[in-house]
Design a protein around this ligand. Structure first.
Ligand SMILES: [Fe+2]
Ligand SMILES: [Fe+2]
Length: 311
């Protein structure tokens, strides 16, 4: 592949999906939201992309009421797609999940212990940290978990680490969600600051959001079930059936990109097939700039033409 710009291809590409909220028996969420097709569609988009996706990270609230059948159905949808893509699956606990059903349903071993795991994707370490509090919706991390995390991070990974947890260590633009935030974030900051953690992946808020925590970029993926509108009138909480999305995470040597992919049907209005890039790849850098960047190129004039007023 010809390098077209200043960056070589990403070292790792992973997908970040959150808040699937499956109910048992395929029941619609709130009696109206069909959760499965949106996730299925998102996975289809990932497959269609032909990207070498090495892992799919699910940042919690996998099942809405932690019903065993919900985890079973989730696996039956995700596992075949992940296998076809050659991608590993990284599960993370959310407040709607319950440790016994989650551990039994996804790992075949029922336990009430925190669900913390490490997955190595080549040189990239993905740490799945359980930020849930049994019986509650807010988040917290136990001393014993912080100790575990400190131990894990003592040895840096070749390509660095991504920390995946459900409750984002950030304020929320939706005021009421502050009640359900991760408590004592400063204790987590103290453990991860200055380590090889290069990015934090989270969910819980049901709208895409980004911020910084302990000097580390945080990316919150929206949800595939329903989303929360952060522009709703102050003081209110508004969940809507629309704007569902997932994220693509491109990990470069010095950068990490988080790109939002709509997981709903969209109407194509412009673009071209990959054969165009193939042709551009055969040109010199200078010819490429003339062919694709010059506003007066045949290519760009055709674009202008397509938007012109009819004669
Ligand atoms: Fe959720
Ligand atoms: Fe949540």
């Amino acid at each position: 592949m010809v390098q077209l710009g200043q960056f070589p291809p990403a070292r790792h590409v992973i997908a970040h999906i959150s808040d699937t909220h499956f109910l048992g028996g395929g029941r619609p969420l709130y009696g109206t939201v069909d959760t499965d097709p949106t996730l299925g569609f998102a996975l289809q988009l990932l497959e269609r992309s032909n990207l070498s996706i090495e892992a799919i990270v699910f940042t919690g609230d996998l099942a809405d009421l932690a019903e065993p059948e919900a985890y079973e159905r989730l696996r039956s949808i995700v596992e075949p797609a992940a296998e076809r893509m050659g991608a590993r699956i990284v599960w993370v606990m959310g407040n709607h999940d319950e440790r016994p059903a989650y551990s039994k349903g996804l790992f075949g071993h029922e336990t009430t212990e925190p669900q913390d795991r490490v997955e190595m994707i080549g040189g990239l370490r993905i740490i799945s940290l359980d930020s849930t509090v049994p019986g509650y919706h807010h988040g917290a991390i136990l001393d014993s978990q912080l100790e575990w995390l400190r131990d894990v991070l003592a040895e840096p990974a070749a390509d660095g680490s991504l920390l995946a947890l459900h409750h984002p260590p950030l304020p929320s633009p939706v005021e009421i969600m502050a009640i359900l935030e991760l408590q004592q974030m400063d204790r987590l900051a103290e453990v991860i600051r200055g380590t090889d953690v290069r990015g934090i992946l989270a969910g819980h808020l049901h709208h895409a959001m980004s911020g910084m925590f302990a000097g580390i970029p945080v990316s919150v993926a929206a949800a595939t079930c329903y989303t929360i509108d952060p522009s709703a009138p102050v003081g209110s909480l508004l969940g809507v059936d629309g704007a569902q999305s997932i994220n693509l995470v491109h990990v470069y040597d010095d950068q990490i990109l988080h790109s939002i992919v709509p997981a709903v049907e969209t109407r194509p209005v412009s673009g071209f097939p990959d054969s165009v890039l193939e042709r551009l790849g055969q040109l010199t850098a200078e010819q490429r700039l003339e062919a694709f960047s010059n506003k007066a190129s045949t290519f760009n004039l055709a674009e202008v033409e397509s938007s012109s007023a009819p004669a």
